[in-house]
Design a protein around this ligand. Sequence first.
Ligand SMILES: Cc1cc2nc3c(=O)[nH]c(=O)nc-3n(C[C@H](O)[C@H](O)[C@H](O)COP(=O)(O)O)c2cc1C
Length: 400
Amino acid sequence: MDKPKVVLGVSGGIAAYKACELLRRLTESGHDVRVVPTESSLHFVGAATWSALSGHPVSTEVWNDVHEVPHVRIGQHADLVVVAPATADMLAKAAHGLADDLLTNTLLTARCPVVFAPAMHTEMWEHPATQENVATLRRRGAVVIEPAVGRLTGVDTGKGRLPDPGEIYEVCRRVLARGPVAPDLAGRHVVISAGGTREPLDPVRYLGNRSSGKQGYALARTAVARGARVTLVEANTGLPDPSGADVVRVGTAVQLREAVLKAAEEADVVVMAAAVADFRPAEYVAGKIKKKDGQEPAPLVLVRNPDILAEVAADRAAPGQVVVGFAAETDNVLANGREKLRRKGCDLLVVNEVGERKTFGSEENEAIVLAADGSETPVPHGPKEALADTVWDLVSARLG
Ligand SMILES: Cc1cc2nc3c(=O)[nH]c(=O)nc-3n(C[C@H](O)[C@H](O)[C@H](O)COP(=O)(O)O)c2cc1C
């Protein structure tokens, strides 16, 4: 079988050196990679490096090997184009269809999925011009990975850092695995909650649950690969940020509610995968509760937490917003799930059986996705990303 053909576009950002590692990962995992750098990017990494690592000639302009018509052929024959790093300038050119070098010509002739991994200073990223260019590219079906937050060129830190090459590689792998289909969540904003809330009793103790957040993170990673802008509201997972997603950290159910409702105001989809505590201690004791000789501890009084899923479903930010819930059940799994779907008013409910050593913390899951229209989709035992992809298939069909 022919190797999948990948075009690696490299534009002129300081993070161009990280693209060498991305190239290595792609070639070592069996991809045929053609590197197309911009003229500016050669100030950072020279053509010799790209040529030696890829095993192909390298050119920045359309005037070399003209008999092969490279400005058309490279894009036409690609299974994937990934631009990493994508400068503010490159995003602007791509959004406006400019074609003044080999990479921009390639972007216009490619009919395969295209991934942009932007990297720039925070000010450049946040500028309305860049944000509008990103929105245009996403609306047209490109996968634009959100930059990471961290150290930038020089001494400053902020949003704008190129995600780790390994993470960009994973996004490419997922996009290629979906085949030549357009990313179906491109242009959509999805909000995902993940993890388990902790309800403090005193400064050192809390009521918690066993949720690891792995299912929510799998939903975030797969949504990025399907082109969505992802806001991940995470509670106490300790997991590394999934590349390409904006991460909001919370601790308690009340904090999670606030973060989800805020993000949901401009979301197309809300997926509540977090295990939110139903109850919290009625009283928070400011100092550590002490044992007292000869005395039993005071009984623990609990109060109800807000029902965030029901609230999001009842009070949708826009009429077409799709709301997905998760139900973790230990017994009467299906009957309880059907009842919960009716009570919560969401569009889809992912019902899975949980136990001390079942599902929580595992890399795998098994579930039935119940829909408000009465359909039920069983998902066999398998990786959490497979369940996540089934959820996105069902969501995508409902987004219309
Ligand atoms: C040291 C240095 C670092 C730069 N880093 C970035 C960057 O990370 N992101 C960016 O958008 N532009 C960056 N620039 C500016 C771009 O190189 C400049 O906009 C250039 O025109 C981009 O050309 P290209 O998009 O054709 O590669 C940097 C410039 C210099 C001199």
